[in-house]
Design a protein around this ligand. Structure first.
Ligand code: CO8
Length: 259
């Protein structure tokens, strides 16, 4: 299958996915999300695939978030629909995959980019990586599962600090918080992911799938995701959201008024 925004390859039972929009720091537009949904579904059904590595093109960014340029025409209903659709077809589909997904975080993992990494089962960061959920700088909140998965991974206190300050953390801090499993040199990133998946490849596939299912079940009992999607949609009704997006596009600081 040929993709416009992804480079994919299956090699020795591993599927490699590179999000390939380097000029936009691999931001997730609708087309990327739709292609990701297709390749995630392929991975689920392809017997030859035993594990997946996702990374971003270039040396600067894994994914710098949802594509803010597409936000301009969103209202509350559309924002909520897109968040729900994206959660189901991409983020939850990764988390519920019977094959392990590793995020190889090769630079900025922000907003939807960190949410993508957090949907993966394992995260490895390069030393230059910066991670954060900056949505409140745009008058939004995370909409692809970030409020739930960050809390599960780092605990309530750190999640609320990261989300409400919108500040980025370094790879080393992320490892300390338990947000990433390992920090390695950028040149060793894919090799480290392969090292882990080469062990998984030797194990019983159905047992691996059952283990993932059981672990994920332990953290997903209540529907905080629904609350997040509804709250995310409501943000689009605020004038602060419009100001946040316009300010980003005009490359200036936003002036928020709390409405
Ligand atoms: N969307 C669109 N374009 C982007 C994005 C983005 N998220 N991030 C970077 N770009 C573009 C820039 O606009 C710029 O393009 P151009 O050259 O045409 O002006 C290019 O990428 C390079 O970026 P910068 O020049 O800004 O590079 P810097 O090194 O100066 O800064 C940063 C790098 C710090 C990563 C900076 O680009 C930045 O702050 N980006 C935005 C990060 C952000 O706010 N991400 C969160 C987005 S909101 C989100 O993810 C919500 C998820 C839930 C969605 C739910 C469903 C709808």
């Amino acid at each position: 299958m040929i993709y416009q925004n992804l480079i994919t390859e299956v090699k020795e039972h591993l599927l490699y996915i590179t999000i390939n929009r380097e000029k936009s720091l691999n931001a997730l537009n609708r087309s990327v999300l739709s292609e990701l949904a297709t390749v995630i579904d392929f991975a689920k059904h392809a017997d030859e695939v035993r594990g997946v590595i996702i990374t971003g093109a270039g040396e600067k960014a894994f994914v710098a978030g949802a594509d803010i340029k597409e936000f301009a025409d969103y209202d509350g209903k559309k924002g909520e629909e897109l968040a729900r659709d994206g959660q189901q077809k991409v983020f939850n589909a990764i988390e519920n995959s019977p094959k392990p997904f590793i995020a190889a975080i090769n630079g900025f993992a922000l907003g939807g980019g960190l949410e993508l990494a957090m949907a993966c089962h394992i995260r490895i960061a390069s030393e230059n990586a910066k991670l954060g959920l900056p949505e409140v700088t745009l008058g939004l909140i995370p909409g692809y599962g970030g409020t739930q998965r960050l809390t599960q991974l780092v605990g309530k206190g750190r999640a609320i600090e990261m989300i409400t300050t919108a500040n980025m953390i370094t790879a080393v801090q992320a490892e300390k918080f338990g947000l990433v499993n390992y920090v390695v040199a950028q040149t060793d990133l894919i090799g480290k992911a392969e090292e882990i998946l080469n062990f998984v490849k030797q194990r019983a596939p159905l047992a691996v799938a059952a283990a993932i299912r059981a672990v994920i079940a332990s953290v997903n009992e209540v529907d905080g995701y629904k609350v997040e999607v509804e709250s995310f949609g409501k943000c689009f009704e605020t004038s602060d959201f419009k100001e946040g997006v316009v300010a980003f596009l005009e490359k200036r600081k936003p002036q928020f008024v709390g409405k």
